[in-house]
Design a protein around this ligand. Structure first.
Ligand code: AHG
Ligand code: MN
Ligand code: MN
Length: 296
């Protein structure tokens, strides 16, 4: 079986990028270990007005500390920080975007959550398509790492020795029949409602957990479409371009799928601000194309 390190050594990545990916992947251990003692809600809100749980803050502070010490990262943009953090004295010039803990409301009920990472050269505020690498760690019954360095999408599982072993090589998203949609049904806009009715009519099965990373991960295997649409009073939806949409969109696109905001490829959007939000349709190519056709 191939380890993460052995796999990365077969790629054309610079050594510093390989080191950065391995370093971030390794943090799944400490983040998971922190689950038990960091369950409570804090009395602070992030910039989106969401009450943070202790684990959101713990994971954010932990990753910040590790990345600062590594000397590999110049700019760090985190969902839990109001501004980009400049890390001085870095020997490499990577910019990292992170959602330290995605799906955090599910921690207290022991459902799968994850850490989502995008890696760029230089600046964090760039079009998603410029990414050098994207990855996420998913904390479910297994801890897995899904990663792309633009040489296919691969899934690794963390074993009891703390090593990532390759489970799936070159995964391609099939055309399947799983669907999910965020936002209250009563707030869906007419076109979105019509699209969901179309999917249901075609026999798509509902699978929505409340953790974007877990909901999208299952699509790599089963195919289908996840959406967090524009909804009444929120024409940009809920999810964040930099921290959630772009890294997962990059991975799904590398696996042959697509990500769209309803009319265009999300990976071509220039971020206007750190907390830029975007309506999301992500998954199998055919399903996303069908949505765009219906939305015209
Ligand atoms: P986070 O835990 O990073 O704040 O993200 C939560 C996100 C995403 O993971 C999920 O798809 C969505 O919010 C769930 O929102 P609803 O509670 O509105 O369903
Ligand atoms: Mn999130
Ligand atoms: Mn989060």
């Amino acid at each position: 079986m191939t380890t993460l390190k052995e796999y990365l050594d077969t790629t054309g990545c610079e050594q510093t990028l390989k080191d950065l990916i391995e370093l971030i992947a390794k943090q799944a251990g400490p983040i998971r270990d922190a689950f038990i003692s960091n369950q409570k809600y804090t009395d602070t809100e992030n910039v989106y007005g969401e009450t943070q749980i202790a684990l959101d803050k713990w994971s954010d502070a932990h990753l910040l500390k590790v990345l600062e010490k590594s000397g590999l990262v110049k700019e760090l943009a985190s969902e839990e920080q109001p501004e980009i953090v400049e890390l001085n004295g870095a020997k490499a010039g990577y910019a990292v975007t992170m959602d330290p803990l995605d799906g955090s409301s599910l921690v207290q009920v022991n459902l799968a959550v994850g850490t989502i990472i995008g890696i760029y050269d230089g600046k964090a505020m760039q079009e998603g398509r410029n990414m050098l690498a994207a990855m996420y760690m998913l904390y479910g019954p297994m801890t897995t790492l899904t990663v792309t360095v633009k040489e296919g999408v691969h899934i690794f599982a963390l074993n009891d020795k703390g090593e990532y072993m390759m489970m799936e090589k070159d995964i391609q998203i099939p055309e399947g029949k799983i669907y999910a949609s965020g936002a209250l049904k009563k707030d869906w806009l007419p076109k979105h409602k019509e699209f969901i009715e179309y999917l249901e009519g075609e026999g798509y099965k509902l699978r929505y957990s409340g953790s974007f990373v877990a909901d999208v991960h299952q699509l790599l295997k089963y195919g289908g479409i996840f959406s967090y649409p524009a909804f009444a009073g929120h024409e940009n939806g809920k999810l964040r371009l930099l921290f959630e949409a772009n890294p997962l969109g990059f991975i799904i696109t590398q696996a042959g799928g697509r990500i769209s905001d309803g009319s265009q490829d999300i990976l071509t959007i220039t971020p206007e601000k750190l907390d830029h939000r975007v309506p999301i349709y992500i998954g199998s190519k055919g399903a996303v194309e069908k949505m765009e056709e219906m939305f015209k």
